[in-house]
Design a protein around this ligand. Structure first.
Ligand SMILES: C[S@@+](CC[C@H](N)C(=O)[O-])C[C@H]1O[C@@H](n2cnc3c(N)ncnc32)[C@H](O)[C@@H]1O
Length: 281
C-alpha cells in the first residue's frame, strides 16, 4: 500500500469518528476527498502514512492537539457575502414585520439573530448590513448577531473580518462604501469590515452535536444554511428540535436552498421554501 492511501480499516475509524464528533456523514464516496484533506496534515506533521496519523490522532496527545486541525480539515467552509440573497429580502420584508405584529408593533429591546455555522463570517456580516439598514428605517428597532461555528480556523478569519477585495463583489457599491475599509500599502487588495459593523456580531465556538449549546438567550431568527446537507436525517431532526428550543415563539429558521425538512419529524412549520417557523404560541 502506498503511503498516501487510506486503508479500509483507517477509513472506517476516521469516518466513524468524524460522524460521531461532528455529525458529518463520510460515505465511501468521500474517501478520496478525506485522503486529500488529511494528506496535508500528514505533510505538516511529517508522518509517513495514515496509519501513523490515526495512531497520533487517537492518542491522548492527538485528541488535545490534532482534533482541532482534523475539524478544520474535514469541514466544508464555502460561503459568500449575500449568498442566496432572497433570504435577506424575506427577512426584512416578511419575517421582521410579521414578528413586529406579533409583538404588538413594538420591538423588544434587542432582536437576536443567530448565524449557526457561520464559516468565515460573510453570512453574519451580510445580516449585520441588512439589519443596520432596517434599523435606520425603523425607529426603535435594535439587534444583535451571534455567529458560531465548530471550526476554529474559520472563526479566526471571521473575527479578523479581513477579506481579499474580490470577496465583496456581491456587495453593492453603496454598502461597500458604507461598511468596508480599503487596505492601503501592504494591505492593498484587502478590505476590512468596519468597526461599527464588526461590533454588531459576536463569534463563538459551538458544535451542533453537543447536548447543551449553552446559549445565554433565546433567539428570534436562525440562519443555518448549507450546514445540514452534510448530516443524515436523524442528526438533522435532532438539531431541528434543539433549534426549536432556542427559538422564541413565532421565530424563524432559514435553511440553505438545497436543504429541506420534507418528511422529517419536526415541530417547525414551513412558511416558504427553505423557511420555517416556530408557532406563535
Ligand atoms: C458550507 S459552510 C456554510 C456557511 C454559511 N452558513 C453559508 O451558507 O454560506 C458550513 C459550515 O458548517 C460548519 N459545521 C459543520 N459541522 C458542524 C457542527 N457539527 N457544528 C457546528 N458547525 C458545523 C462548518 O465548519 C462550516 O463552516
Amino acid at each position: 500500500m502506498q503511503q498516501d492511501e487510506l486503508s479500509p480499516r483507517d477509513f472506517t475509524r476516521l469516518s466513524g469518528f468524524i460522524y460521531g464528533q461532528l455529525g458529518i456523514k463520510m460515505p465511501e464516496s468521500k474517501k478520496c476527498m478525506l485522503t486529500g484533506r488529511l494528506g496535508k496534515r500528514l505533510r505538516v506533521l511529517e508522518l509517513q502514512n495514515f496509519r501513523e496519523y490515526c495512531e497520533y490522532l487517537f492518542s491522548d496527545q492527538g485528541m488535545q492537539e490534532e482534533l482541532v486541525h482534523l475539524i478544520d480539515a474535514v469541514t466544508t467552509n464555502k460561503t459568500d457575502f449575500f449568498r442566496e440573497p432572497g433570504h435577506f429580502d424575506y427577512l426584512v420584508n416578511t419575517a421582521l414585520p410579521t414578528m413586529q405584529i406579533l409583538n404588538r408593533g413594538r420591538y423588544r429591546k434587542k432582536w437576536r439573530v443567530w448565524s449557526a455555522g457561520c464559516s468565515t463570517g460573510e453570512e453574519p456580516y451580510t445580516l449585520a448590513m441588512v439589519l443596520s439598514e432596517y434599523q435606520e428605517m425603523m425607529q426603535g428597532f435594535s439587534f444583535e448577531i451571534l455567529a458560531t461555528d465548530v471550526a476554529r480556523r474559520v472563526l479566526q478569519v471571521a473575527s479578523r473580518a479581513v477579506y481579499p477585495v474580490e470577496r465583496i463583489t456581491p456587495v453593492s457599491s453603496r454598502y461597500r462604501k458604507k461598511y468596508f475599509l480599503r487596505g492601503k500599502g501592504s494591505r492593498n487588495g484587502e478590505v476590512r469590515v468596519n468597526k461599527q459593523l464588526r461590533h454588531r456580531v459576536s463569534f463563538g465556538h459551538l458544535n451542533f452535536m453537543d447536548e447543551d449549546f449553552g446559549l445565554p438567550n433565546m433567539v428570534d431568527v436562525i440562519f443555518c444554511r448549507n450546514v445540514i446537507i452534510y448530516f443524515d436525517k436523524q442528526t438533522q431532526e435532532k438539531l431541528m428540535h434543539k433549534f426549536y428550543r432556542y427559538l422564541n415563539p413565532g421565530g424563524y429558521l432559514f435553511l440553505g436552498h438545497s436543504e429541506s425538512l420534507q418528511g422529517h419529524q419536526t415541530p417547525l412549520i414551513q412558511v416558504a421554501p427553505t423557511v420555517y417557523r416556530r408557532s406563535e404560541q
